[in-house]
Design a protein. Structure first.
Length: 259
């Protein structure tokens, strides 16, 4: 080991200087050891990371096949589906309508085709009424602010793409032949929790599946996106993007009610 001496100092002074340097080095080492020990203790007592502080991937809900359409369940458990646009109107009639189902529509243009899935069972009058209410609430009459609409039902074989001579049926449009059975509908819907999603249905249907806080949907001036947010806030379930397609187009008014 090489030692450097300051010739301007005596031997005793050089020794004292080296003693001070050594003393400072020992103090620094002791401080470092204490810091390391504190870090070890802190690590040992740290609360395990539960992942709550991290942003977890959003769980994607598996959707039922009928959620690609407007839908609801009637008070007797029948599924009702309606087109969202000309494409889904076409798909509903061509792919999802069976011989024993019932098809609803309005006299005025701008209504979706609505299909009541009966599974071959008899349909009570109250269920025809509920489906007619659903059809009217999603028709152009809602957007126009009308209090009612001319809703009728027919059998599936009465709905066809075969147009009259000189006429053309565009996508989503069909000809309806034969007797039409009219039902006087009531405008208005109610949103309720259903399983892991939100169901928007006529009030008589909604009551069958939920007793408690609900969101009443009436004709109004609110933007559809704002109405969807209100529904989710009132019910405390659902996603805005899932509720939005199920609302009538043309403006709504949403309020909290008890069923």
């Amino acid at each position: 080991m090489r030692i450097t001496l300051d010739i301007r100092k005596s031997l005793e002074e050089n020794a004292a200087s080296y003693f001070e340097v050594a003393k400072k080095a020992r103090n620094k080492a002791a401080g470092a050891e204490k810091a390391i020990e504190r870090a070890r203790r802190s690590k040992a007592t740290r609360v395990p990371d539960t992942g709550q502080q991290r942003s977890l991937p959003k769980k994607i809900r598996k959707k039922a096949w009928y959620e690609k359409f407007k839908w609801c369940l009637t008070s007797n458990g029948c599924l009702v589906i309606a087109g969202r646009d000309v494409v889904t109107n076409e798909v509903i009639i061509k792919k999802y309508t069976d011989d024993h189902d019932v098809v609803f529509h309005t006299d005025a243009a701008g209504s979706p085709f609505v299909v009541l899935k009966t599974d071959g069972n008899d349909v009570p009058e109250r269920v025809l009424q509920e489906t007619a209410d659903f059809c009217a609430s999603h028709s152009k009459a809602w957007k126009l602010g009308l209090s009612s609409a001319e809703v009728y039902w027919v059998n599936p074989e009465q709905v066809t793409k075969e147009a009259k001579a000189g006429e053309y049926m565009g996508r989503g449009s069909f000809m309806v032949y034969g007797t039409r059975h009219y039902v006087r509908p009531r405008m208005g819907l109610v949103a309720v929790p259903y399983e892991d999603k939100v169901m928007i249905a006529p009030e008589a249907s909604a009551k069958r599946y939920h007793q408690g806080v609900a969101a009443k949907i009436a004709q109004g001036q609110e933007k559809t996106s704002d109405s969807a947010k209100k529904v989710v806030t009132i019910l405390g379930v659902g996603e805005v993007d899932d509720v939005l397609p199920g609302l009538p187009s043309g403006g709504c008014s949403v309020e909290k009610i008890m069923l």
